[in-house]
Design a protein around this ligand. Sequence first.
Ligand code: ZN
Length: 327
Amino acid sequence: MLIRALRLKPVTKEYIWGGSKLKTEWGKQADTPTVSESWELSDFPGSESVIDDEMYPGYTLGKLREKHPEFFGKKIESFKSFPMLIKLVDAGKDLSVQVHPNDEYAAEHENGSFGKTECWYVLDADPGAYILLGFKRAVTKEELTASVENGTVTDLMNRIPVKPGDFYFVPAGTVHALCKGVTVLEIQENSNVTYRLYDYGRTDKDGKPRKLHMKEAAEVADLNAFVPEAAPAPRDFTYGKIRKLASCEYFRTKEVVFDDMYIMYTFDTFASFTVAEGEGVILKEDGSADGKPADGVPFKKGDTFFVPCGAMVRLSAPHGKIIVTEL
Ligand code: ZN
C-alpha cells in the first residue's frame, strides 16, 4: 500500500476578471498581478498540473497513469480522457453570464469534447458577494434573447448571497455567473467549452468586446426555473465532521473537517484533496501514528494533492478542512 499523497503544482490563468486573493490568500505564484484561476488537478491538454514530489517530479497525470495505471483505479477506464478538472477561481470582477453544454451537445459541436457540469464550493466571499444561478422562473427563448440584447438578463436570474462553506451544483445547461468578491473551488468535467451570453458591455485590453455565443447558448440553456438545492447537513465521523457535497458520473466531492488527525483511504479510485483551512503535515511511511511531524510533507491552505488508488494517507494538523474529490 502506498502511504503517500503527491503534491500538485498548478497552472495559473489570468483573464480580464481575476482578483489578487489566489496570490495573497491561497499561496499561488504568478507573474501577473491578478490571477483568475489556478488549475489544481488538471490533465487538460496544454494546461496540465504536474506532480511536485521527489518520487515523480514534474510528471503530468497522463505520464503518471502511463507508468502506474494502478494508481488511477478501474473506473477511469470507461472515460475517453481524464474526466475531471479542479480549479481555484477568484472573481475580482463579475464573470460573464454563461452556460456550458452537456456531453451530447459538446460531442457533436465541440470536436468530441466533454460537456461541462460543474460545482462550486465557496472558499471566500466579500460582504454582500453573490452568484447568479439559473432563472427565477421559466423563460422563453425569445425572452432570453431579448433580455441579453437589452442588458437585463441578470434580472431574470436567481441572485444568491454566498458565504464560505456554501456549495452549489451547476448542471450543464444552467445559465450562471460567479460575481465579484467570490472565491471558489470549482470541480467540473474536464472541459473548457463556455458559451457567453452577456459580458456587461466590457472590453478586453485591446478595447474589443469579448466574443459572445448567443446562438449556441440559446440552444443549450435550460429555460426552466432553477431551484438551487439546499446544502446537506454534515455528519460526525471518527475524526470530525464530513459532509457529502456532490455525486455525479464525473466526480464525488465531500468536505472533511477534522481535529488532530485524518486518515484517508482510497480503495477503488484515485482521489484529490484541496486544503480549505489549516496547516499540518502528511506523515511519511516511517512516521508512526503518534508521529514525527517534522518528517512529514507539509500542507497548508490552498494546496492540492493527488492520492493514488489503494493508498492510506495520514494528515496531522491541530485543525483542518479539506475538500476531497474522487472519481
Ligand atoms: Zn461556468
